[in-house]
Design a protein around this ligand. Sequence first.
Ligand code: ADP
Ligand code: MG
Length: 257
Amino acid sequence: MTVANQKGGVGKTTTAVNLAAALSMHGQRVLVVDLDPQGNASTAMATEHRAGTPSVYHVLVDDLPLSEIVKPVPEMPNLFCAPATLDLAGAEIELVPMVGRETRLKRALGAFDAMEFDYILIDCPPSLGLLTVNAMAAAQEVLIPIQCEYYALEGLSQLLKNVELVRAHLNPALAVSTILLTMYDGRTRLAAQVADEVRSHFGDTVLNSVIPRSVRVSEAPSYGQSVMTYDPGSSGAMAYSDAAREMAHRAAALAEA
Ligand code: ADP
Ligand code: MG
């Protein structure tokens, strides 16, 4: 599942890391692939990602097997991280002349199938470039975090158009399966308006669970933790736990249908 939105700061990384942690605590085996050169997801998962560390960059550009970079996340038995380093910033350009440049990640994940994860969450950079295209080509589902702020819907049509292009040319299985409202501030009318607007546009794709704005959520990464372990009783942790449960129920319902 690809976590994408070309806007920065909408909660992609926070969502990838915390949903992954929540799913893993529900007993699922989960891998987070960090596809943002900033490596914020790697930081939040306490996974080494200094420049030069074997990383997603080497997988995409040098054909290093994914299994050689995947690391278990400390204290989290079912959670794994494929780290990103700043090297990845160059990949956007280095990939351009390569054969199958849009499907390098898909190939790497295909060769890696044996390890059997229940969920693979790919944390995208804030752009619609080749890295995000690689993520969309490799995934079955797109999860779009939407920040409950003014202009929340701006740029979404561009994102959806790109999903369509990838579906048409690279990955017929791709669908926007999940939209998650993030950084919801219940004290403002604006947040409620944005949430209503998103729900009226996207209907059932939007999870019922809404992630509140919470200081605990923003503090957790500096401790190399998800909010799920940093403060399990906090509103943010409970919201991500609810969202994970909702996603698992949906997956189960789909499997039965
Ligand atoms: P993106 O990956 O889309 O750029 P991030 O997940 O890094 O966005 O979030 C942007 C900033 O907002 C970060 O500083 C993060 O800690 C903060 N943030 C994200 N979600 C929440 C939340 N629910 N409550 C408070 N702060 C949040
Ligand atoms: Mg991010």
